[in-house]
Design a protein around this ligand. Structure first.
Ligand code: GDP
Ligand code: MG
Length: 177
């Protein structure tokens, strides 16, 4: 802690956004608790979970927020975004419409957050390659055009979940330290 070491500790707020059912809640539960739920309900009601990692010998805590289903009603509030320094914008690689919505989510992020917010585009459900409707190249191109990091993930089989969150946390740390 800062008392013992005389150094700073860090707490970063990160938000997860994207259309309903793309896997936002499961990405968070996979990262924070190593849990996956096949029938997760929109109303779990957990506002955020905190997960720590060590960077440069310091404890960096990420407070990661989940919409808890608000996005279904297009009612993600400004309180949700307030103070966020990182964001994961998630789509489902097997549902094209969720990729088409990414622009709208980026606009919403720009409305509510500082331009320095660390952003990662996440194509989730990469375990569903057999019914893929968005190619890896399309994801990459959009990310490049918008200046976002990009990663395909699977909350189901854990592919890249930790990596995606930790890349965002490291980028925030680099921005502030
Ligand atoms: P949210 O509405 O964006 O929070 O999405 P959820 O996390 O509630 O997930 C919606 C549905 O997709 C649930 O049935 C999950 O089990 C499923 N799901 C989430 N992530 C994955 C994944 O990586 N692969 C597969 N195959 N299904 C997933
Ligand atoms: Mg959810």
């Amino acid at each position: 802690s800062s008392d013992d070491e005389g150094g700073e500790d860090y707490l970063f707020k990160i938000v997860i956004i994207g259309d309903s059912a793309v896997g936002k809640s499961n990405l968070l539960s996979r990262y924070a608790r190593n849990e996956f739920n096949l029938h997760s309900k929109a109303t779990i009601g957990v506002e955020f979970q905190t997960q720590s990692m060590e960077i440069d010998g310091r404890e960096v805590r990420a407070q990661i927020w989940d919409t808890a289903g608000q996005e279904r009603f297009r009612a993600v509030t400004s309180a949700y975004y307030r103070g966020a320094v990182g964001a994961l914008i998630v789509y489902d690689i097997s549902r094209r419409t969720t990729f088409d919505s990414v622009g709208r989510w980026l606009d919403e992020l720009k409305t509510h957050c500082d331009t320095t917010v660390a952003r990662m585009l996440v194509g989730n459900k990469c375990d569903l390659g057999n019914i893929r409707s968005v190619s890896v190249d399309e994801g990459k191109s959009l990310a490049e055009a918008e200046g976002l990091f990009f990663m395909e993930t699977s909350a189901l089989d854990s592919t890249n979940v930790k990596t995606a969150f930790e890349m965002v946390i490291r980028e925030i740390y680099n921005n502030v330290s």
